[in-house]
Design a binder for this molecule. Structure first.
Ligand SMILES: NC(=O)c1ccc[n+]([C@@H]2O[C@H](COP(=O)([O-])OP(=O)(O)OC[C@H]3O[C@@H](n4cnc5c(N)ncnc54)[C@H](OP(=O)(O)O)[C@@H]3O)[C@@H](O)[C@H]2O)c1
Length: 240
């Protein structure tokens, strides 16, 4: 396997694991670095000095996405797979009986929903030149209205739901150009999403990354009209 992949939010967790797996497979990888001193990525660059490009990226800032695009374009002629992985949880404690922090919800939308839109908006010319033309959006089961059981997590659930709609809109626009959009619930992961390592979660990010790469390959020619919303744990399609 070979090709060029861009992963957003690659400092640690699932994004880092995806970068490492793709590098092991022989891909050229552009890793979006959000954290100033990303020790993990710097260490990875020592091992994969030729095939890893670290690119500063805050997906919530249009200027940062623009700069990341210029930087990527100066090094690569096309992009095969864009993985919109960067995400934040935002506040998950407030219920409808509390005073809701609307700025926190807007921040969460800026990263989880508008971040992927900005990325596609700028990187599309190079995706259209790619050999695979794949856009992979890391959503969550939390964005499914059909499976909704929560009573709060307003910013996170609503922003992931918006990402799902965005994926359907993009698929409708880009279907005729040969672009395929895939949506994932990656599983419940042992990562730092809640600010500290989630020891209770069952799945290591490396395991989830390996399954996502397997699923990307098995769903890339999916015949469905809308993007498949893939549950990475069991390969089933989630309801919208
Ligand atoms: N963990 C789970 O159980 C779970 C379940 C369902 C879906 N997901 C989704 O899976 C994806 C990966 O999450 P994870 O579990 O690996 O969490 P994570 O370890 O917190 O990783 C998220 C990454 O995104 C980066 N990031 C945050 N804000 C950013 C911004 N504005 N621009 C660019 N990058 C930014 C983070 O950087 P810093 O940490 O340095 O701020 C971090 O590297 C997310 O989209 C998440 O919603 C996770």
């Amino acid at each position: 396997m070979s090709g060029i992949v861009f992963v957003t939010g690659a400092d640690h967790g699932l994004g880092y694991a995806l970068c490492e797996k793709y590098l092991q497979l022989g891909f050229s990888v552009a890793a979006g670095k959000f954290f100033e001193d990303s020790v993990n990525l710097i260490e990875l660059k020592r091992v994969y000095s030729d095939s890893l490009e670290i690119i500063n990226l805050d997906v919530s800032e249009t200027e940062s996405v623009k700069n990341a695009y210029s930087c990527f374009k100066s090094k690569f002629s096309h992009l095969d797979i864009l993985i919109n992985n960067a995400g934040i949880l935002g506040d998950i404690t407030k219920t409808i009986y509390d005073e809701i922090d609307y700025d926190d919800i807007v921040r969460t939308f800026q990263v989880n929903a508008l971040g992927p839109l900005r990325m596609v908006n700028y990187f599309l010319p190079l995706i259209l030149k790619g050999n695979r033309k794949l856009i992979v959006n890391i959503s969550s089961e939390a964005g499914s209205i059909g499976n909704c059981y929560r009573k709060n997590w307003f910013g996170y659930t609503m922003s992931k739901c918006a990402l799902n709609m965005e994926s359907a809109l993009l698929q409708n626009e880009l279907r005729d150009r040969g672009v395929r959009i895939l949506l994932f619930h990656p599983g419940w992961l042992k990562t730092m999403m809640e600010g500290k390592l989630n020891e209770k979660a069952p799945t290591l990010p490396e395991e989830a990354a390996e399954r996502i790469i397997y699923h990307i390959d098995s769903f890339k020619d999916h015949k469905g009209y809308l993007p498949p919303y893939i549950n990475n744990d069991n390969s089933e399609i989630l309801p919208w």
